[in-house]
Design a protein around this ligand. Structure first.
Ligand code: FAD
Length: 497
């Protein structure tokens, strides 16, 4: 078993790794290095005071990074159980408008288009049904057209092949904007949506038939210690915590600070990793010039960062670290004052598909907008009636500073929300009582076509060669970008040690 473990990176993947390793190897001395002054990585929640001109004050919880979790991750539910975070859970019931209503903002058309939440509602939504119903019916009768011998393809290519180009642009591109802030024509289906490939197989080439046939129900949480948390989130579509997503890294930090065998070093970056020649240890070179030898190492930093740390080793010693680009996103938190008219329709929010002319044509830069007050209003305290929403800009769109200026963002929101929100013609959205734009550079790895195969080659290289199975690589760029994927990776790290 390991005698000393170095973990590089204090995001959710690194913290989860430390949590599980400290329990699995109580005798090992574990040191986690985080280059910034705080743990949590992209997870970043804060509370701000807002007031309007009528003496109403509220404390709004804002997220700069991830904002919600889905109840399908056994690893996250287990962590919530083990960290005793049950009492601060805030759930959005499956029956609530935030769970049932999602919208598209189709470039070039004012207002929002509601997406169907069920087969019945499909027929009651004229625009969505005119775009969706024929594509779905045709898919069900289209013979299998999976290219022979092809192991992976982009989600864009997959959806175009099965449902046609219009469907892909309206729905596929919007979905990928919402999750990956990326171009659906670059994203690997096998890495990001393996369930679609499984359904296509089940349906003998048809996704629709495969989905209707349904998946074999396997115990979703078998082997996870989820306790009562399961019942708490059973009827929830999404959930978070009273103090936001940062509740998880904060609770992990408190746990690790009291663990006998863990030391967290913030403000210390690792800038080199070298297998030693005279022992099985790995030499960890720190930015402050110090070095330490660790019997085992976990990398929980973006893969291009890891490639800098291992740059003295030949590329084939640890291949594919620079294969995927990372998307950049500007997140704009906006709080509107209480008003007599609703600012937006009830729902989770809206996504904006790729413009018909592609990303080269000038656009609003919008990827989508989340109606936070609708899904997780219980996070806010004080006077009610304030509306908070979050606009996401960037990804494959070229952004200029003008895109993120509040007057321009507000003009776009007016264009998107006005037809629904304004009972009186010509009425304008109020000026927000609070707004803040945060630019996240290179924040979401784009898992491009072939990603799964490349990662398998990387893992094979780690097992053999100079690393001798003593370096493991986890994080958003390896096994999936969601918080659940990152926690799952941390839970599995070191199982072969
Ligand atoms: P990171 O958070 O990037 O952590 C890596 C850490 O390593 C950082 O703290 C960094 O400072 C440190 N580091 C880097 N280099 C070094 C070095 N050389 N030495 C020491 N330390 C180093 N997921 C969801 O499930 N739900 C959502 O709603 C959601 N929304 C999102 C919205 C946004 C705007 C973003 C950016 C992401 C969102 N995600 C969401 C995805 C998810 O938040 C991230 O993929 C996940 O948090 C990544 O965690 P990580 O630990 O892999 O990496």
């Amino acid at each position: 078993p390991p005698s000393s473990i170095a973990i590089i990176g204090g995001g959710i993947a690194g913290l989860s790794s430390a949590f599980y390793l400290s329990r699995r190897f109580p005798q090992a001395a574990i040191t986690l290095f985080e280059k910034s002054s705080r743990e949590g990585g992209w997870i970043n929640s804060r509370r701000v005071d807002v007031k309007d001109g009528h003496g109403n004050r509220a404390q709004m919880l804002l997220e700069a990074g991830p904002r919600t979790l889905r109840s399908n991750s056994g690893a996250v539910l287990e962590l919530i159980n083990l960290l005793d975070l049950r009492s601060s859970l805030i759930t959005t019931p499956k029956t609530s408008p935030a769970a049932k209503h999602q919208f598209l903002q189709i470039p070039g058309r004012p207002g929002l288009t509601r997406l169907p939440s069920s087969l019945f509602s499909l027929l009651s939504l004229p625009y969505a049904s005119s775009a969706l119903v024929p594509s779905i019916l045709l898919e069900a009768v289209r013979p299998s057209n999976k290219p022979k011998g092809q192991d992976d393809e982009s989600l864009g290519a997959f959806l175009t092949r099965r449902f046609g180009a219009k469907f892909e642009r309206l729905f596929g591109s919007a979905l990928v904007h919402g999750i990956y802030a990326a171009d659906s024509r670059m994203l690997s289906t096998k890495a990001a949506f393996p369930m679609l490939l499984e359904a296509e197989k089940r349906g003998n080439g048809s996704l629709v038939w495969g989905m209707l046939r349904g998946r074999e129900k396997v115990g979703l949480f078998a082997g996870y210690d989820v306790g009562e948390v399961r019942t708490l989130v059973d009827n929830a579509s999404i959930f978070s915590f009273f103090d936001g997503m940062e509740s998880i890294p904060k609770a992990l930090k408190s746990y690790l600070n009291t663990a006998q065998n863990v030391t967290i070093k913030t403000g210390v970056d690792v800038n080199g990793l070298r297998p030693t020649t005279n022992s099985e240890d790995i030499e960890v070179i720190l930015g402050n010039g110090e070095t330490l030898n660790a019997s085992h190492v976990v990398s929980a930093i973006p893969l291009p960062e890891l490639s800098k740390l291992t740059s003295s080793a030949p590329a084939d010693v640890l291949p594919h670290l620079k294969a995927n680009p990372l998307s950049s996103v500007t997140v704009i938190n906006v709080v509107f004052p209480p008003s007599t008219r609703p600012i937006h329709p009830l729902g989770f929010g809206y996504l904006v598909p790729r413009p018909a002319g592609g990303y080269a044509v000038p656009s609003s830069g919008f990827l989508g907008t989340v109606f936070d007050s609708c899904a997780l209003a219980a996070q806010d305290t004080g006077a009610s009636g304030f509306t908070k929403l979050t606009v996401m800009l960037g990804g494959p769109h070229l952004l200029t500073q003008a895109h993120t200026r509040m007057e321009n963002v507000l003009a776009q929101l007016q264009h998107h929300l006005a037809p629904i929100n304004h009972l009186q013609k010509g009425a304008r959205l109020p000026w927000p009582v609070y707004y803040e734009a945060t630019e996240h550079k290179a924040c979401i790895p784009l898992l491009t076509v072939g990603h799964v195969g490349r990662m398998n080659e990387m893992k094979a290289a780690l097992k053999g060669g100079p690393w001798k199975g003593r370096l493991e690589v986890v994080g958003a760029g390896v096994g999936g970008v969601s918080v659940g994927d990152c926690v799952e990776a941390g839970r599995n790290v070191g199982k072969d040690w």
